[in-house]
Design a protein around this ligand. Structure first.
Ligand SMILES: [Zn+2]
Ligand SMILES: [Zn+2]
Length: 234
């Protein structure tokens, strides 16, 4: 417990390769792992940030998402994937603090701050929350809100448990997430920034954004650490 607590304050090893670091290294990474992070700054979709071609991707054209814009400033893989695996599977929540700082230090992300009045994490199902002990999106949202001197708002709820998305096709992911959220918006004229850790096809964020729009929210933006979608070429 004490070891866990001191880790939370001063992780002494890299979130990627476990080599020793001092003072949290660079956002929780050693210099070499930090250099290996892949920014998602090549050609990509102007709506969902999917890497590929410098135009709206086929998925966004076929089924336009309820969010205005999704930002995912890194590509999933390498040390970032290691860090996210440690968070999810080893329950090492403390790495999320460095990752939130990494996100907020990104110059493109700083501009988002002006777009949103409310920061809303994507909720986990009760069962998953019980198993993991924390919701990584909520921890990320809380830290981002703290850095931006805003407050997180917990206005989204899961309406039911959903099967894990990994291994499902895009269509299966969408039907798995359909109507999986309910929003309780008291003041429906706000601009919301939805926070999740990683985006793959965007099915979860699309469904969450849809429920916020249904509740009367004017504009929904979304932010994740990374995009894990393989390059879209058409
Ligand atoms: Zn490292
Ligand atoms: Zn797209």
């Amino acid at each position: 417990m004490l070891e866990h607590l001191s880790q939370a304050l001063f992780p002494n090893h890299c979130a990627g390769c476990e080599s020793p670091i001092a003072n949290n290294g660079r956002f929780g990474f050693c210099d070499s792992c930090y250099e290996l992070l892949s920014p998602n700054n090549g050609p990509r979709c102007g709506i969902c940030d999917a890497p590929g071609l410098p135009q709206t991707c086929k998925r966004c054209l076929d089924t336009p998402p309820a969010f205005e814009r999704l930002w995912a400033p890194y590509l999933f893989g390498g040390p970032l994937q290691q860090a996210i695996h440690r968070i999810k599977f080893a329950k090492e929540e403390f790495w999320l603090h460095g990752l939130a700082e990494l996100l907020c230090a990104n110059e493109h992300i700083q501009a988002i701050k002006e777009h949103c009045t409310h920061i809303v994490p994507v909720p986990l199902g009760k069962q998953r929350l019980k198993t993991r002990g924390f919701n990584q999106s909520a921890v990320l949202a809380r830290k981002i809100a703290q850095i931006w001197q805003k407050k997180p708002h917990y206005i989204l709820e899961r309406t039911r448990e959903t099967a894990p998305q990994s291994g499902l096709s895009q269509e299966e992911r969408e039907s798995n997430m359909a109507d999986a959220f309910k929003a309780d918006a008291q003041n429906p004229v706000e601009n919301i920034l939805l926070i999740d850790d990683v985006v793959t096809t965007g099915a979860t964020l699309k469904s969450a954004a849809q429920s916020l729009k249904k509740a009367g929210i004017q504009r929904v933006y979304a932010l994740t650490l990374a995009h894990s979608d393989p390059h879209i070429t058409k």
